[in-house]
Write a protein that binds this ligand. Structure first.
Ligand SMILES: Nc1nc2c(c(=O)[nH]1)N[C@H]1C(S)=C(S)[C@@H](COP(=O)(O)O)O[C@H]1N2
Ligand SMILES: [Mo]
Length: 215
């Protein structure tokens, strides 16, 4: 059985006891490694914009500059980060703007089923609308009360606590509402279209019919 989307972090799931639970095949990492493909982009506040496009409810594109986006209501979510290469980082307190806030202020058309999250240099990851709309999915600006560092995604990264960490792009620049599924960067390159770590959905060859578009 899958875990519900609103599942708490491993620590909380253990019932508040001083232990935590990791998804199958994962091991605990001390510290916080940096993992990504390509260079770390430079943040240019004057050019930065968060865009919502694709199948919006009113057919219009929306955009917020950095000041506007970071003025949206700030919440915190305690969540673990599970890299498909098998390390996990547990118990981080992420701070930022809930994905649900973006859905509220720039709603998708009724026939939207998936969201493509776009980042600098064309990096992308696709999510089912329900995964994006989880109450714990967050556009994070902070970790443990401090601004993200450049290599960890400053000024904005997505955190999807219930999926593998590649589903959370660093250096996010916007989202595209989609009426059919399409693979993102890693999903086109051998990684699972859904990426639930509790089901150990690591690679695309594990996909079952209905898990994703043809490769
Ligand atoms: N833009 C971008 N975001 C990315 C990636 C990437 O290659 N590019 N890699 C992902 C992967 S595989 C992981 S494990 C996490 C790692 O985040 P960290 O470097 O902050 O630990 O970032 C994710 N976000
Ligand atoms: Mo990863």
């Amino acid at each position: 059985m899958g875990q519900p989307a609103e599942r708490e972090s491993g620590e909380r799931a253990a019932g508040g006891a001083a232990r935590f639970e990791l998804p199958p095949g994962q091991r605990l990492q001390r510290g916080w490694p940096v993992t990504h493909y390509g260079p770390v982009p430079k943040f240019r506040p004057d050019r930065w914009e968060f865009r919502v496009f694709g199948a919006t409810a009113d057919g219009e594109k929306r955009g917020w500059n950095h000041e506007e986006f970071t003025a949206l209501p700030y919440v915190t979510v305690v969540a673990d980060l599970h890299c498909v290469t098998k390390f996990s980082m547990v118990g981080a307190e992420w701070g930022g703007v809930p994905a649900r806030t973006v859905l509220d202020i720039a709603p998708p058309a009724p026939d939207v089923t998936h969201v493509m999250v776009w980042a600098e240099y064309g990096f992308s990851s696709n999510l089912r609308l329900a995964d994006f709309a989880s109450g714990r999915t967050l556009f994070a600006t902070h970790k443990d009360g401090e601004l993200l560092t450049a290599e960890h995604g400053f000024p904005l990264r997505l955190i999807v606590p219930h999926l593998y960490a590649w589903k959370g792009p660093k250096w996010v620049r916007g989202i595209e509402y989609m009426t059919a599924d399409r693979r993102g960067f890693w999903e086109e390159r051998g990684y699972h279209n859904i990426g639930d770590p509790w089901k150990e959905q690591r690679y695309s060859y594990q996909e079952e019919p209905g898990d994703g578009p043809e490769l």
